[in-house]
Write a protein that binds this ligand. Structure first.
Ligand SMILES: Cc1cc2nc3c(=O)[nH]c(=O)nc-3n(C[C@H](O)[C@H](O)[C@H](O)COP(=O)(O)O)c2cc1C
Length: 411
């Protein structure tokens, strides 16, 4: 087999694995099949892997290259949802139920994609969602992501579980970043993280509230079994061992801390945090109008509609389906961000039209990172920005604030 046809075969098998779609059978177009106006799915399935970021036509082009480069256990960590992955799938599938209502004959020759989030202007509404352990995908990890975010002018959130410190990531981004907090069950741990983030110049702490229990990441656990490396060579057991390459925990004694989740967190924690830090507080993981209203009444500055990329609980709703009730409950009093399955500029356009102030992305920039390092992340973000700008112009929208719910209908 030539190296080209090996690549071809490799990508086809990856995509078969991903979609289990009968359309991906070999043999060119299924000419006798029912009318299928779009040939794209098959063409994508049969495309050779891209060899450089510039060859990418959409963000999905990076995913199979990530799969090729990154060992199976780490692929599993990135790709996995929870249990049967119904929430994971819902996030993506829901976008097809919303369609755009473009307006015509508007001068969109000078589109302004900038947004203001918590009093700061950003050149575009696409935000780096916090993801742990980026060095599992590329040796430069979060630094590569931060440098790419700087090139594209993206707001960035750094995970407590990052493999790069908040100081180094801030330096690489060249601007203040937001710090995502895993509080743990012990106040002193949370306090330590928050004080350090504040010293590093973070203006905002994003408190993740949707990880309170263990989780059965089935895809991850199955893929890990196929990894021939010995996980114990890098990953040490126990809570203290698990944070060994996570600089946020440097100098912290985790003795007596049973895990890093926050099963005991309540709204009192948010009030206590409010009294502890001058940073703005954003609550990540809100999925109901009731909790959105509580974010407002408990003094949060913003919230993120998020189901942790389908990694929190299964049988959940797509975040884009949740957005309207949250926007309605918040009534513009605090910032509303959203994440979960955003892969296209039109996805971003829909969320902004429906009232989000910004959209966070997770896995796509990780695909870029694992595929090509910083240039891969740069290209993923560039594709998303370009697609969003095009969607905005096609809708007849000159600036983001002109987007209103009238531009979107649900099927
Ligand atoms: C590999 C991976 C690691 C993540 N780590 C964190 C984390 O440390 N903290 C956090 O609040 N969310 C974490 N998330 C959730 C993301 O912040 C975000 O909510 C989610 O990825 C958005 O969905 P998307 O991946 O479909 O874009 C992680 C997600 C992934 C895929």
């Amino acid at each position: 087999m030539s190296s080209f046809s090996k690549q071809f075969e490799h990508r086809r098998r990856l995509l078969q694995w991903l979609s289990a779609s009968p359309l991906l059978a070999p043999g060119g177009f299924a000419l006798g099949a029912a009318d299928r106006p779009s040939k794209l799915e098959q063409l994508e399935a049969e495309a050779a892997l891209i060899g450089k970021p510039e060859d990418a036509i959409n963000v999905f082009d990076f995913e199979p290259v990530f799969f090729k480069n990154v060992p199976p256990a780490h692929v599993g960590y990135m790709a996995s949802g929870i249990d049967a992955e119904a929430t994971l799938k819902a996030n993506r599938e829901a976008f097809s139920r919303y369609y755009l209502r473009p307006r015509r004959l508007v001068d969109v020759s000078k589109p302004d994609t900038s947004v203001e989030i918590l009093g700061v202007k950003h050149p575009n509404p696409i935000i780096i969602a916090p993801t742990g352990g980026n060095k599992a995908f590329h040796p430069e990890g979060e630094v590569a992501v931060a440098r790419a975010a700087k090139v594209g002018g993206h707001l960035e959130m750094l995970s407590t579980s990052a493999t790069t410190s908040v100081e180094d990531c801030t330096a690489a981004r060249g601007a203040p970043i937001w710090f995502q907090l895993y509080a743990s069950p012990k106040w002193e741990v949370a306090e330590h993280h928050v004080r350090r983030a504040e010293r590093a110049g973070c203006p905002v702490v994003a408190v993740t509230v949707d990880r309170v229990a263990g989780r059965n990441q089935e895809a991850f656990f199955r893929l890990r079994r196929t990894d021939t490396r010995t996980c114990a060579n890098c990953h040490e057991p126990g809570v203290q061992g698990s944070v060994k390459r996570k600089p946020a925990y440097d100098g912290l004694d985790l003795a007596g801390v049973p895990n890093l989740q926050s099963a005991n967190m309540t709204w009192d924690f948010i009030k206590r945090l409010r009294g502890t830090t001058k940073m703005k507080i954003v609550i990540k993981g809100i999925l109901t109008a009731e909790d959105a209203a509580l974010c407002v009444s408990n003094g949060a500055d913003g919230l993120i509609v998020s189901n942790h990329g389908g990694r929190g609980e299964d049988s959940g709703r797509a975040t884009i389906d949740v957005l309207p009730e949250v926007v309605e409950a918040v009534k513009g009093r605090i910032a509303v961000l959203i994440d979960g399955g955003f892969r296209r500029g039109t996805d971003v356009a829909k969320a902004l039209a429906m009232g989000a102030n910004g959209v966070c992305v997770g896995r796509p920039y990780l695909w870029g990172l694992g595929a090509f390092g910083q240039p891969g992340v740069e290209k993923v973000l560039e594709l998303l920005r370009t697609e969003f700008r095009v969607a905005m112009m096609q809708c007849g929208v000159r600036s983001v604030k002109e987007f209103t719910p009238a531009f979107v209908r649900r099927v």
